[in-house]
Design a protein. Structure first.
Length: 193
């Protein structure tokens, strides 16, 4: 077993988001451009109602003066991730409180600081999150890579970084907001907060 030094607590196995759900959401959102826009607008309203603290965090990031590609990525990725959690963990996804959201953000910041202090550290914070939510991070990175590849030097990398960071926070916060299934017994190597 690999022992890691990280400030990010493990995501329970029952809260791991499968890649096929993200693929389904993606297909639904890109089928028809006009229909997709309506779905995104409706989804964003529902997102803000059901996850007000998280919705505020995302809206804050998206209201910054971002380059067009980064802004489009931000809307698409934050909504896709939330919709996938909502669909896959229907009835078990709880509201992320402001304190829980802040804790997720602080754990990322602390983990980044731990890695900066150790020059021999070969694992980045996003790699740690990818170990906990591999399909979600792969989905996000695939879309970031596609956007950066398609638009080359026209994309403001700092703007994309703002989006990436808020999506990482969202993934962690939502991961910890998933309740275990009924009659679930935690394995000895898992715990919840």
């Amino acid at each position: 077993m690999w022992v890691r030094r990280a400030a990010i607590r493990p995501v329970p196995l029952y809260a791991r988001l499968p890649g096929y759900v993200l693929s389904e959401i993606e297909s639904e959102l890109v089928d028809d451009e006009e229909l997709a826009r309506e779905r995104l607008d409706g989804a964003f309203s529902r997102f803000e109602q059901t996850q007000p603290a998280l919705g505020e965090k995302v809206a804050e990031a998206l209201s910054r003066p971002l380059e067009e590609t980064a802004l489009a990525l931000g809307y698409f990725l934050t909504l896709s991730v939330w919709l996938a959690f909502e669909r896959n963990f229907e009835g078990r996804l709880t509201e992320v409180t402001s304190d829980e959201l802040e804790a997720a953000e602080q754990s990322i910041e602390l983990d980044e600081e731990l890695r900066r202090l150790d020059p021999a550290e070969a694992v980045d914070t996003e790699d740690v999150i990818a170990m906990e939510q591999p399909d979600a991070i792969a989905f996000v990175q695939e879309h970031l890579d596609t956007a950066l590849g398609a638009h080359g030097g026209l994309v403001d990398v700092d703007d994309v970084d703002v989006i990436y960071r808020v999506v990482l926070i969202e993934i962690l916060a939502l991961s910890y907001a998933v309740r275990p299934p009924e009659h679930y017994t935690l394995p000895k190597t898992e715990y919840t907060a």
